[in-house]
Write a protein that binds this ligand. Structure first.
Ligand code: 2BA
Length: 107
């Protein structure tokens, strides 16, 4: 069994969740915060059989969009230094980790 951890933009989370459920996968959705932008995002936790993990990853990739996000010049990222102009980073589509599961139980 595999555990897929996927960080997606919160704007995509409903469609990703719907498509995972439609395809018969169980998913847990967590409200998370990106360490760099310090903005909210969504992390999915999906346990899937080994031969189904690629399908999960494919679904998440298909429904997670890449977007540009502007960083305001007032963000100092803890350095104490402020940028003079807003800058832009490309976020997503999704950041995905696939882990081997040692044990899976439902009690
Ligand atoms: P954030 O940490 O808020 O990062 C948002 C976007 O900012 C990133 O998009 C990337 O384009 C940029 N970025 C992040 N760190 C940077 C840095 N040190 N210098 C310059 N630009 C930087 P994504 O790579 O698509 O990541 C989206 C979100 O996925 C991240 O939000 C974070 O929550 C998560 N993430 C990405 N890589 C991760 C990793 N290796 N481990 C854990 N979480 C990760």
């Amino acid at each position: 069994m595999k555990l897929v951890l996927a960080i997606v933009n919160s704007d995509d989370s409903n469609v990703v969740q719907t498509e995972l459920t439609k395809a018969g996968f169980s998913a847990t959705k967590m409200a998370t915060t990106g360490g760099f932008l310090m903005a909210g995002n969504t992390t999915f936790m999906i346990g899937a059989d080994d031969d189904k993990a690629a399908e999960v990853v494919g679904l998440i990739k298909r429904f997670s969009q890449r977007r540009n996000q502007v960083i305001p010049s007032t963000n100092d990222f803890g350095t104490g230094l402020y940028g003079a102009f807003p800058s832009e980073v490309t976020v997503g589509g999704a950041t995905i980790f696939v882990l081997d599961v040692e044990q899976f139980e439902k009690a």
